[in-house]
Design a protein around this ligand. Structure first.
Ligand code: NAD
Ligand code: GLY
Length: 371
C-alpha cells in the first residue's frame, strides 16, 4: 500500500493506493464513521461488474446503493436531484456518508451531492477508472455540467479519504486506460519531465494493465496533484496549470453534446492544440515541440474515431472560440490558456486570438491526417 497525504490543515486526507483490498474501505468506514449509514453512489455497469466483491456490502443494512445512469451526459443537476430524492426517501441524515464508487462522472456528481446535501456530509472517493485515480478523485473539485457548458456548476469540497484500488483497472476497457493516460502525460508536461519521458516510452504497457506501471503512474500523478492543490486549493492561480489542454477539451466535449469524446480523449487532443499554441507563443523550441507532438499524435491516433474526425472536419473557429469564452478560466471575455514554457513547466496567459486560431487550424489539419 502506498499513502500520500494531501495537507490542507484540518481538511487534510490520505490517498491510499492499494491492490485487491476493498476491505480498506469497510475498515475506514467502520472505524471513522461507525454510527453512520453509508450511501454508495455508483452505476449499473460497475455494480454488476463487481457484484461479487460488493456482496458483503449489499448484504449489510448499513450500506445503501444508489445507482445512476452511466455516462457523461448524465452528469447533470437532474441526476443530482434524483440522488437527493433517494437520500431523503431513505432518511439520510447528517450522519450519512457518501461513497463515490466509480469513474470521474460518479466522483464529481457524488461529490457535489455530498457538498450540498444538508449543507454538506462526509465524502469518500473510491475511484475505479485510471483517470479518476490520477486526477478527479483528488483535490476536491466536484460538480456537474450545464447544457451550455462543461463543469459549470460545482464546488470545492475535499473528500475525507481516497481509496484507489488498482484492481479495478483490470476490467477497464483500453479506451478508458488511454483516457487516464492523457492526464498522466499532462502531469509530466506541466510538472515532471521524467514522468513525461517515462510515460511516452511505456504508454503501451498501460494497455497491458501492468500493475507496477499503473501503480507508479497513479502514485506520481497523485503526488504532483497533491502539491498543487496544497499550494492553491481554490484555483486562484497555480492550480490552473492542471487544466493544460482542458479549455480545448471542454469545448470539444460540450460542442459534441458529451457524446463523442470521453474526457481523457478530448484532453489528449486539447493538449495537441495547447502544445502548438505554446510553440507559436515562442515557448517550446522545434525539437521539444516535435517530441511532444509525436507522443501525443501516436496516442491520439489510437483514440480517434470516424465520428471525431467528422467533428473536427466540421467545427469552425467561431464555434470553438465562442465556447472557449465560457470556460471558467476566462475573465472579461478573454480566454486564459495554459501554455508549456518547457517540458515540465507551465504558465497561464491570454494570447492574440489569431494565434489561438492558428493552433486550432493546426489541430484540425493534424486530426484530418490520421489514417
Ligand atoms: P467515466 O466516469 O464516465 O468512466 C468511464 C467509463 O468506465 C464509464 O462507462 C464507467 O461506467 C466505466 N467504468 C468505471 N470503472 C470501471 C471499471 N473498473 N471497469 C470497467 N468499466 C468501468 O469517465 P472518467 O474518465 O473516469 O471521468 C471523466 C469525468 O471526470 C469527466 O466528467 C471529467 O469532467 C471529470 N474530471 C474531473 C476532475 C476533477 O478534478 N474533479 C478531473 C478530471 C476529470
Ligand atoms: N483537474 C483539474 C483540477 O483538479 O484542478
Amino acid at each position: 500500500m502506498r499513502e500520500i497525504t494531501v495537507h490542507l490543515g484540518e481538511r487534510s486526507y490520505a490517498i491510499q493506493i492499494v491492490h485487491h483490498d476493498l476491505d480498506r474501505l469497510t475498515q475506514f468506514l467502520h472505524t471513522e464513521y461507525r454510527y453512520s449509514t453509508w450511501f454508495v453512489v455508483t452505476n449499473e455497469s460497475i455494480f454488476s461488474l463487481y457484484a461479487n466483491e460488493l456482496k458483503q456490502l449489499t448484504a449489510d443494512k448499513r450500506y445503501h446503493f444508489i445507482l445512476i445512469p452511466d455516462g457523461e451526459s448524465h452528469k447533470t443537476l437532474d441526476t443530482v436531484d434524483k440522488v437527493y430524492t433517494e437520500l431523503i426517501q431513505r432518511n439520510a441524515d447528517r450522519n450519512a456518508v457518501i461513497v463515490g464508487l466509480g469513474g470521474g462522472v460518479i466522483g464529481d456528481l457524488a461529490g457535489f451531492v455530498a457538498a450540498t446535501y444538508m449543507r454538506g456530509i462526509p465524502l469518500i472517493q473510491v475511484p475505479t477508472t485510471l483517470l479518476a485515480m490520477v486526477d478527479s478523485s483528488v483535490g476536491g473539485k466536484v460538480g456537474v455540467n450545464h447544457t451550455l457548458g462543461k463543469n459549470l456548476i460545482g464546488a470545492f469540497y475535499q473528500p475525507r479519504c481516497v481509496i484507489a484500488d488498482t484492481r479495478f483497472l483490470e476490467t477497464l476497457p483500453s479506451r478508458e486506460l488511454l483516457a487516464g493516460l492523457s492526464e498522466i502525460i499532462k502531469y509530466g508536461l506541466i510538472a515532471d519531465v521524467e514522468l513525461f519521458e517515462w510515460a511516452s516510452e511505456h504508454w503501451e504497457k498501460f494497455l497491458a494493465c501492468e500493475p507496477e506501471t499503473l501503480e507508479k503512474a497513479v502514485t506520481r500523478s497523485c503526488e504532483i496533484k497533491a502539491v498543487v492543490v496544497e499550494r492553491d486549493e481554490m484555483e486562484g492561480s497555480l492550480r490552473m496549470i492542471l487544466n493544460f489542454g482542458h479549455t480545448w477539451a471542454h469545448a470539444f466535449e460540450s460542442l459534441s453534446d458529451y457524446l463523442l469524446f470521453s474526457h481523457g480523449e478530448a484532453v489528449m487532443m486539447g493538449m495537441m492544440g495547447g502544445t502548438k499554441l505554446s510553440h507559436l507563443r515562442g515557448y517550446l523550441d522545434d525539437s521539444d515541440h516535435g517530441l511532444i507532438q509525436s507522443t501525443l499524435n501516436a496516442i491520439a491516433a489510437r483514440m480517434v474515431t470516424p465520428e471525431m474526425k467528422l467533428f473536427f472536419d466540421k467545427i469552425t473557429w467561431d464555434e470553438f472560440d465562442h465556447q472557449t469564452r465560457i470556460d471558467k478560466k476566462a475573465s472579461g471575455g478573454r480566454v486564459k490558456w495554459v501554455l508549456l514554457n518547457q517540458i515540465g513547466q507551465a504558465s497561464v496567459e491570454s494570447v492574440p486570438p489569431e494565434m489561438a486560431e492558428e493552433a486550432f487550424n493546426f489541430l484540425k489539419y493534424t486530426i484530418a491526417s490520421f489514417e
